[in-house]
Each structure stands twice: as C-alpha cells, then as structure tokens.
Design a binder for this molecule. Sequence first.
Ligand SMILES: Nc1ncnc2c1ncn2[C@@H]1O[C@H](COP(=O)(O)OP(=O)(O)O)[C@@H](O)[C@H]1O
Ligand SMILES: Cc1cn([C@H]2C[C@H](O)[C@@H](COP(=O)(O)OP(=O)(O)O)O2)c(=O)[nH]c1=O
Length: 712
Amino acid sequence: MVAPNPWKWPVTVLRALTTGGRAINTDTQQDPGPADLSGLAALRSVLRLRGFRRLWLVLAAASFGDWIGLLATALFASAQFENTAAQGAAFGGTIAVRLLPALLLGPIAGVFADRFDRRYTMVTVDLLRFVIYGSIPLAPVFGATPTQTAAWATFATLIGETITLIWIPAKEAAVPNLIPKSQIEVSNQLTLITTYGITPILAALSLAALSAGLQQAGVTLPDWAQPVQIALYINAFSRLATAIVVFFGIREIGGKSPEREKAAEQSMTRQFLEGWKFIGTTPLVRGLVLGIFGAFAAGGVVIGEARTFAYSLGAGEAAFSLLFGFIFLGLALGIGLGPMIVKDLSRRRWFGMSIVLASGSVMFLGLAFHLSIALFGALMVGAGAGMAFLAGTTMLYGEIEDAIRGRVFAVVQIGVRTVLLLAITLAGILVGLGSSRRIEFGAFHIDISSTRVLLLVAGAIGIWVGIGSFRQMDDKKGVPVFADLLGSLRGRPLSPPEEFTRSGVFVVFEGGEGAGKSTQVTRLAEALKAEGRDVVVTREPGATDIGSRIRGLVLDRDKTEAPSARAEALLYAADRAHHVATVVRPALARGAVVISDRYVDSSLAYQGAGRTLPVQEVSWLSAWATGGLKPDLVVLLDVDPGVGLNRVDSRGEGADRLESESRAFHERVRYAFLDLAASDPKRYLVLDASRPLDEIAEAVRERLSGVLEPSA
Ligand SMILES: Nc1ncnc2c1ncn2[C@@H]1O[C@H](COP(=O)(O)OP(=O)(O)O)[C@@H](O)[C@H]1O
Ligand SMILES: Cc1cn([C@H]2C[C@H](O)[C@@H](COP(=O)(O)OP(=O)(O)O)O2)c(=O)[nH]c1=O
C-alpha cells in the first residue's frame, strides 16, 4: 500500500489559490462510502471534493471580508468624530445595524433561496455587496462631511447586511448538494473553524498589522487609502472574488431539482407559509430550532453580563477578555475534537446533550466564586455550544430536503440574530437594574448579585430547552441515556431496540447449575396452559436446530476441544441471536407467553464473571445479538453452588463442560446473578432455591399475576 502523502491537501489548496481553482481536478468526485474515516484522513477525503474545496475558499474569503469589514466599518464610522459619546454611538450604531436587517428581510430570504437559482442568487448578491461596501470608504473622496460619511457607512452596511440574508440561506442550502452525506460533518468542522476561529483572528491581526506597519513606515497615505479604508476595500473585493469563484468555479450549485422547479410554481406567499408549516410540524426541525434558539439565548445572557460578572470576580477588564477567550477556545475544542470524543453517538442525542452541557455550565458560572473556576465554566460553555452548533448544522444539512432547506436556514438565522440581540439587551438591562444584595443570617452573610441569579436562571432555562429538544428528536427511544453516552465514549454505542409490536410476555429463569430452573419452567408452563394461555417453553443454548449444534460445540466435553473464552462468548451469542429471531420474537409478536430457561444474564454471569471477560463487552454483544430485547420478568433461583451441583450429580448424567468448572468459578457466577438482580429490582424476582418446589412455584405464580393480563 502506498503511504498517504500528508502534504497533498495543503499543496492542493495552495495550487487552487494560485490557479483560481481550475487546475486542481486531480481526483474525481466520489463518495468514499460510510464515514469510517477519522481525523486527518476524513479531512483529506472531503478536501478531495472539488466543489467543496472551492466553496471552502469562498467561505474563507467571504468570512475574512466579513470580519475585517465589521471591525473596519465600526472603526471607520467612529473615526469620523472627535468626541467620545458620538464615537461610541457611531461604533455601536453600525454594529446594531448588522443585526437589525434580519427582522426586515429575513422572512422572505428563505423563499428566495428555495425558489431561484442559488448560483445566480449568490453571485448577484455578491456583486451588489462589492459595490455597496466599496462605496463606504469612497464617500469622503466625493466630498461627504463626517456626519454624512458616518450616515452612509451605517446605511450601506444596513443594505449590505440585508442582502447578505439572502446570500446565506442560498449558500447553506447549496452546500449539502456538493458533499456526500457521510462527509458533511467533517466539512462542517472545517468551515465552522474557518469562519469562527481562523478568519476573525486573521482579520483582526491583519487590520492591526496594516495600521501599525503603515505608521512605522512613516508613509503618508492619501485620504482614500487609510488603513481602515484599505480594510474596507478588502471586504469589497472579497465579494467580487467570491462572486467570480461561484460563477465560474462552482457551477454545480446552479440549476434546480425537479422538486424545486415544481415548488416554484406556487406563489411566493404559499411557499413562505409552507416553510413555516414544515418547521412547526416536523419534530426533528422543531427540536433543532428550539435548541438552537435556547443555546443562543443562554449565550446572549452570558455575553450581556460578562463584563459585570468579570468585575464581580474582582478581576476586572483582563478577566473579561480571558472569559471570552476561554469561551472561544471551548468552541474550537468542541467543534474540532467533539466528533472524535463522542464517536458514533447519535447526532440527535448529541445535540440535546451538548445544549444541556452548555446550559449546565452557564449555571456553574453563576456559582463560580474564583476566576479559575469561572474560566473552566466558560470553557465548558464554549465546548457545549460548539458541539451543539456542529451537530445542529450537520443535521440541518443532512436531514432536510433540498427543496425546503433555504427556508429552514432562513428561519434559523433570523431567529438566532433576534434571540441573541434580545438576550444581550435584556441581560444588560436586568444587570443594570439590580445590584448585589447582602443577606444576613446573624453572624453569616451571603452576597447574591443579580448577575449570578440571572446566570442560574438562564442556565436552568437552557437545560429545560435542551431536554425538550432531546425528547423531540430522540432517535433511540428506550435506550438509557447515560449508558448510551458511556458506550459511545468507549467506542461501543448501544443500538436502539429493534422495533416490533410485542403483545406477549417474556419470562426468563436464571440461576446456577441444579437450581431447579427446568423444573420450575415446566411447572409454570403447565399452570399457564391450564388457564388456556398460548405458552412457548424454550431454552438457551440449544432451542433451535442451529442452536443445538452450537450447544454441542460449547458443552460436549467428549466430542470437541474447548472453545477459547471469547469464542465461547460468541457461540452463546450466536445461539441467542438465532433463538431470539426465530423463536422468541415471533411468539411475542403473536401474543404468547414465552418462558425461557436461561437468557442474557447467563452470559453475563458465566462468560463475564465466570470466565472473567469484561462484563460490559459481553453485555454489548448480547444486546447486539438480541436487538435489545429484554425480558419482562427474570426469576433468579439462587442456590449455593455446592447444593446445586450435588443435585445435578445425583441425576447421574455426568457433568458437562461448565458444570465441571471449579467451585470458585460457580461462586463468581452466583454473585454475578445476585448483582444483576440488585441493579434492576423491578425486573427480577429472586427466590431461595433450597425452598420446597411448590413454594417456589407459588411465589412465581404470584409475581407473574402482576405482569400477565387476566386470562380470557
Ligand atoms: N426446590 C427444590 N428442592 C429440591 N430439589 C429440587 C428443587 N428443584 C429442583 N430440584 C431437583 O434438582 C435437580 C436439578 O433441577 P433442574 O430443574 O434440572 O435444575 P436446572 O435446570 O436449574 O439445572 C432435579 O433432580 C430436580 O428434581
Ligand atoms: C445461556 C448460557 C448458558 N451457559 C452455560 C450454563 C450452563 O452450564 C450451560 C447449559 O445450561 P443448561 O441448559 O441450564 O444446562 P443444565 O440443564 O445441565 O443445567 O451453559 C453459559 O455459560 N452462557 C450462556 O449464555
């Protein structure tokens, strides 16, 4: 095998940059199949997609332009004034203006993205933005007064931002069509980190370097080419560049699927209303939208009061920057490492869990009394938010139909901006209102500041929203959440129970050798049959034709060599898989009472505790074999191994392979059974197997009457 060349993709990207992306079609577009690639391999494979590579460049350029533009416009507007109040107003004004247009145009932006050719939409918007942003630094050149210039900067930004709202859903809706589903997550990691991690930093650094460099060099620049203006030109030209790349380089974005053609025959109002209906009635989308809003509201509260909070820690301005830095670091870690950590965890579950993590950390912040603790909280807020963001966008990309995607994305972006703006403002006002209260209890006192109360409340609401959206879109209902999470972290996710309508009742007898299982199974079956019930008596191993051959392999001492511990575990699991599929499930589906002599717990006790294989692994194996089928009741007949083995001996049939194991082995098995019963008492009936037969039978009947419906 040829060793992969780690330099291939940076080289490809460089070549793409220098050739305008035309000479880079070295590989064909292909889906490498299921996402079994990890880390760098996955990254390389997504970068091999030409369409994505170009789109990534577009996004990087656009976002670099955006960030440098945002900073420069604000600086530019405030630089027009001498007095600080006017500077502040101008600075704040242009930033607020960036959020406002969402409310004006947002609602119909999605219809645009779904109705019209997305390539043309993106190119048109970009050309307009090139002109509009380019006009800002030129205003003074044409003789505008400072006030007029600041007003124009604000107005032009407003227009530019407004039409950006059309660009974003068009872009978002187009991306998934360029990337195979299995690679969407990796491509999102890359673009999110580029947009929110690399480019803002690069933009701020470039702007600073530009100003400092020019100052040092001592060159005097003409009015129209001051550093801030240069930054604004860069913003404008980044738009021209993206327009060109999208138009010539990513033709795949253009055109429309037949579904979209058809939908476009409706009126725009109709399409608009249909978008809302879809969002309101699809649980996955409802959960996603709800969760995203909740996360951003909690984030907004943190931003809105970060300054006051930093001061309350007694650490001032530096702490404020640090807190922010840690949130960003957390975001990057969550997005960059999240998928590697949670591995195959259901992305729907991951989304809800991440929101709970972020919100829980907001509450934790509310209780933090030292900067170091608060920094940890901030890191976790960021990590949770980053993971939720990644999981959320990946689902939006992967699970929503092309024809409606633009509208869903439009609602998300409008909602996010609005919620964020509201939360920041509201938090600012609330913090301003309440000051810290000291509550005295005799000699003690506690300081309760409104900042902390607000953090606790925001966190609690976030947790509530996270759980709500988890419930809305859970795709593994019935699989315990923490066990699932732990399993995934270990790399062995639990599979959701196979669905089937189960009207019967599944009873299992477990216990050591000679405990009396076979005897009790027969007794119970006879009693139930006498009531006129449909009863199926079965056992493991060996209830089926295949099963009886497996039984021979594992238990016959004379005929075969002993299987190794893992092979033995697999053989029992194979017997079980076949048994469940061909005997147990069909009987339960038709409503019978199924009574089995041994089931999953025997494997946990004998192969797990007895053979000392990791019990978790054995459990996972059985869960997989049975598709998650659990019994309704497990009767554990507990007996001292000595007593049980004596009973078996007296049958005089000779010991099988397991019966002839050591005393210590059987002791371990016994206690493993008792532990299992103790961990889930509702499902177990533990009986002392040295009691008389009839008493045991009676106790079983009694317990079962609570599980069985009265016989007809
Ligand atoms: N409660 C009991 N008290 C005394 N002997 C019992 C009791 N239950 C079963 N036995 C006897 O013990 C032996 C083993 O019983 P069996 O039902 O085959 O156990 P298992 O299926 O658990 O190996 C049989 O000879 C049976 O008659
Ligand atoms: C079902 C099962 C059985 N066993 C063992 C326990 C028993 O020693 C043996 C067969 O059990 P069983 O049929 O109960 O034998 P007997 O009727 O002689 O008591 O298989 C496992 O080790 N793992 C398993 O998963």
